[in-house]
Design a protein around this ligand. Sequence first.
Ligand SMILES: Cc1cc2nc3c(=O)[nH]c(=O)nc-3n(C[C@H](O)[C@H](O)[C@H](O)COP(=O)(O)OP(=O)(O)OC[C@H]3O[C@@H](n4cnc5c(N)ncnc54)[C@H](O)[C@@H]3O)c2cc1C
Length: 331
Amino acid sequence: MQQLKAQDAKQYSTFRLAATLAKVTLLSSLDELKVYQPASQPLLLGEGSNSIFLSDWPGEILRYTAAGVQTQQDDEHLLLHVEAGHNWHQLVSQTVQEGWWGLENLALIPGSVGAAPVQNIGAYGAELADTCTYVDFFHWQSRQVQRLLASECRFGYRDSIFKHQLAGKGVIVAVGFCLNRQGKAKLNYKGLDHLAPDTNPTDVMNAVIVVRQAKLPDPAKLANCGSFFKNPLVPVAQFVQLQQQYPAIANYPQADGQVKLAAAWLIEQVGLKGYQLGDIACYQQQPLVLVNQGHGTAAELLQLIDLIQQSVFGKFQVQLEPEVRLLRHHD
Ligand SMILES: Cc1cc2nc3c(=O)[nH]c(=O)nc-3n(C[C@H](O)[C@H](O)[C@H](O)COP(=O)(O)OP(=O)(O)OC[C@H]3O[C@@H](n4cnc5c(N)ncnc54)[C@H](O)[C@@H]3O)c2cc1C
């Protein structure tokens, strides 16, 4: 166990707003977690690529860093048991390079394996739920690890049981995956559709990387947390009305009858693509991403969020919800 005091929040969030974190505890094994007795409920943090500190954080912060991988394989399948502290993209690139299908469309998503089930990370027509078999969850109350099968995790669009019934109840310690030797490439996204249907997982992963690098800012160079808002889901009736008014409206019909709209398109339509407020900006190449150009403040970020939400609602009557976790301590 390692306990760090008075930490600079810029090292713990890829959005890098200025703040001080009073106490960060790093636990590197399940044995350490089992004997850890925090004074108050800790805030869980992975690599901070979906978390923004809007204020100083006086409470305890916990990072579970165990990162081991166990594998079992036969001719057709690779079963993986991956501890939560493992880096997500490393897992993707290693399995893809070994020729396994399953994670290739999810390449280059920043963050840890432990955070991946929380919002059921997704990109380019794939999501964690497609390959996840189980999530091992340590409960604070019982101090036991429960194995939740994927079917019990209530995975949805950027959603899972870990954001609801199990929020604050414990720690994801490991995630299970099943990958396939034979697979079918998911290529129905712009930027991947030039690949031949009989391509291999490495080519798909490389194409995903090229598209992502062209569209998304690298958080190491320009502070950001990826897509800032979720793509909103609207009922068909509302979509039909919107389409009559705006025939070019980007839309993705869902299995449950709702229609997913592209938040980036909505933001562009209200003229905020590239808009800058202080040192926080709506990224020119991808308006769904907000960036901190170096010295942005929480007040500027909150003002820009408000402006975007109000402008989009004013024009389309659609409410944008942040996908990013905004952390503000209230005294
Ligand atoms: C450039 C960029 C691109 C991105 N692209 C995508 C994308 O294409 N698709 C996508 O889905 N996301 C994307 N994201 C968002 C981000 O990568 C994911 O949300 C990722 O899963 C966050 O991982 P993290 O470890 O950084 O999580 P953190 O921000 O540290 O935490 C995120 C959430 O997970 C919880 N958590 C973390 N570890 C644990 C644990 N062990 N047990 C229980 N809860 C835990 C935290 O409490 C928090 O609620 C992008 C982000 C960036 C910066």
